[in-house]
Design a protein around this ligand. Structure first.
Ligand code: MF3
Ligand code: CO
Length: 256
């Protein structure tokens, strides 16, 4: 995926709009999360997300994206599916599954992008730990979103957090700037070296999204040309927040 290179610094007014977009995105994910249980289809989850989007007069930046055009408003990626799983009536959630729901909202011309991974009913200890590590990596990365740091500090925080716990990060998909476009610069890999890369500046907004795999860092894309799976079919997890750099603490945009 080519994200272009432009980095757009947001004004305080633009950050306010992005915060509102993020609030709506959080509402969508909370609504979808409540529905996650055995017997529900991933198409049901997409329909619920679209209802909340419509209620706010918003739309998804995912729908129609790229080539072949992404066909839904959210991504639903189950178990070995890492990201970009396409919702389907035929994909019924079962007890013990874990599912990543990735969601975007366009509000007044600005994009919010965030994702959660949730368990379906009772899940294994391995799945619980994978989800905890992935969420922990996101928190560790957000903590680096400060003036004085560089993009490599974000990358290294994720890689070190995950690999020191015996798990793997994808090399093929990255975190990314977010704003009027879903994908702006800077592109921020999930691996790298602290102290390198672009210096962070107030008004930079980045969608930070650790994508973590149990058995390997390698991935494959299914014949639908979207769904990304772990090459060894091991479990995977994905959490994401859109976050702004400020003069002070990082501002997480995609929370209620
Ligand atoms: N959070 C994902 C990303 O940043 C959402 C894109 S899904 C797509 O790449 F279908 F729109 F590509
Ligand atoms: Co994203």
């Amino acid at each position: 995926m080519n994200f272009g290179r432009q980095i757009h610094i947001k004004s305080p007014e633009e950050l306010k709009i992005m915060r509102d977009a993020g609030r709506i995105n959080a509402e969508i994910l909370a609504t979808v999360k409540k529905l996650i249980q055995p017997g529900v289809s991933t198409a049901d989850l997409n329909a619920a997300a679209e209802e909340v989007l419509q209620k706010h007069g918003c739309y998804s930046p995912f729908k129609g994206y790229s080539q072949p055009p992404y066909p839904a408003s959210i991504c639903t990626s189950v178990n070995e599916e890492l990201v970009h799983g396409i919702p389907s009536k035929k994909r019924i959630l079962r007890e013990g599954d874990i599912i990543s729901v990735d969601c975007g909202t366009v509000f007044h011309g600005f994009v919010a992008d965030s994702a959660i991974t949730a368990g379906v009913g009772e899940i294994s200890e391995e799945a619980k730990r994978l989800m905890e590590v992935t969420q922990g990596a996101l928190q560790a990365a957000i903590e680096k979103m400060r003036v004085g740091n560089r993009t490599g500090d974000i990358s290294a925080a994720i890689q070190n957090y995950v690999e020191s716990r015996g798990l793997h990060v994808t090399r093929e998909y990255t975190s990314h700037g977010v704003g009027r476009q879903m994908h702006e610069g800077p592109m921020v890999p999930l691996f790298g070296t602290a102290g390198t890369g672009m210096p962070l500046r107030p008004g930079m907004t980045i969608a930070i999204e650790p994508m973590v795999l149990v058995g390997t860092h390698e991935t494959r894309v299914l014949r639908d040309q979207w769904t990304v799976i772990s090459a060894d079919k091991s479990l995977t997890a994905h959490f994401e927040h859109s976050v702004a750099v400020t003069e002070g603490d990082p501002l997480i945009l995609t929370v209620p």
